[in-house]
Design a protein around this ligand. Sequence first.
Ligand SMILES: [Zn+2]
Ligand SMILES: [Zn+2]
Ligand SMILES: [Zn+2]
Length: 176
Amino acid sequence: MHDPLTCPGCAQPDLAFAPHDHSRCADDLLALAETQLAEGGQRLTPVRRRTLQILLEAHRAMGAYDVLERLAAEGFGHQPPVAYRALEFLEEHGLAHRIRRLNAFTACMHPGELHAPAFLICSVCNVVAEAPGVAVGLALGQAAKKLGFTVERTTVEALGLCPACALAEGPVRGVA
Ligand SMILES: [Zn+2]
Ligand SMILES: [Zn+2]
Ligand SMILES: [Zn+2]
């Protein structure tokens, strides 16, 4: 079950963009993932665990091939399905998200929570933050309803600059 009191993403919504002790953050999320999978009768096998750890090294999106390269170097096998299966498992169990715009994956900051995040993706450093997407989803649902369209799945991905990259780019790109 998702508990807002222990969820790192709920405790600090701007987690991905804010300076923080990331080793603690990654450890907390890994521990949460383990508990939640165990509650659901699932197991974080060594390859799944390592895949999640790799995604948790930073709040960035990573391509399946980059994950595979790391897994292969550590002796988990060189075949693409090794990485894909682990990533799909994590996605299915709400521990990772697929970022379609980048064809990449990112660790979920609210493991176990039923949510449809709006992803804020930095186009310079690939940091991904999850913004609550409820309002966006409702607005889209209403607009679709007017056209007689039934929404089955919504993907909201915004590309732009994270606070650090916006600062580095300066006022040229119009960020005050
Ligand atoms: Zn972190
Ligand atoms: Zn999430
Ligand atoms: Zn950035």
